[in-house]
Design a protein around this ligand. Structure first.
Ligand code: FES
Length: 157
C-alpha cells in the first residue's frame, strides 16, 4: 500500500522533523490523502513499518484523532461543528437539515458516494458559528439556505 511515490513524500517529511516518530501524523495525513480520504488499517501498518514504530502505537494515534477517517468517505466530507458555540447557534438543526437534504444521518455517506455527513468538535471558528469544514475549506455563519447553496454547488462538480 505504501507506493514508491508515498515513500519519497514521507522521506521529504522526515527531513523536516527531528525523529521518525515526530513525522507520524503528517505521514498518516499523506497516506489518507493518497487513499481517497481514508486510512485503511494496512496503510497504518505500512506507515508503522516504514517509520519503525509499533503498529499499535500508530493505530492508537490514528484512532485518537478524528481527522483520520477509518472507513471510506464520500467525495465531500461535510464536518459540521456541533460543539457548544455552534450548538447554541443552531448546529444540531443545521445537521438535521443537511441530513434531510441528503437523505442520510450523521456518520453516513450518500449512495452515490458524493457526501459524508459528520459532526465535528470545535473547528476554532466560534466567532462565525455555526460552521463546517469540507476537506480543507471552512464555511462559516451557516444558515439552511447557505448550506443548501454550498451542497448544490458541490453536487454539480
Ligand atoms: S464551537 Fe463551533 S467552531 Fe467553536
Amino acid at each position: 500500500m505504501l507506493t514508491e511515490d508515498a515513500k519519497t513524500k514521507i522521506d521529504a517529511l522526515l527531513a523536516k522533523y527531528p525523529t521518525k516518530k515526530a513525522a507520524l501524523i503528517p505521514s498518516l495525513w499523506l497516506m489518507q490523502a493518497e487513499n481517497d480520504g481514508w486510512l485503511p488499517r494496512q496503510a497504518m501498518k505500512d506507515v508503522a513499518e516504514y517509520l519503525e514504530l509499533a503498529p499499535a502505537y500508530v493505530e492508537g494515534v490514528a484512532t485518537f484523532y478524528t481527522m483520520f477517517n477509518k472507513a471510506p468517505i464520500g467525495k465531500y466530507h461535510l464536518e459540521v461543528c456541533h460543539n457548544i458555540v455552534c450548538m447554541a447557534r443552531g448546529a444540531d438543526e443545521l445537521i438535521e437539515h443537511i441530513g434531510d437534504k441528503l437523505g442520510i444521518g450523521k456518520g453516513d455517506t450518500t449512495t452515490d458516494r458524493k457526501f459524508t455527513l459528520n459532526g465535528a468538535e470545535c473547528l476554532g471558528a466560534c466567532a462565525n458559528a455555526p460552521c463546517m469544514m469540507v476537506g480543507d475549506v471552512y464555511f462559516e455563519d451557516l444558515t439552511n439556505e447557505s448550506v443548501d447553496r454550498i451542497i448544490d454547488e458541490l453536487a454539480r462538480k
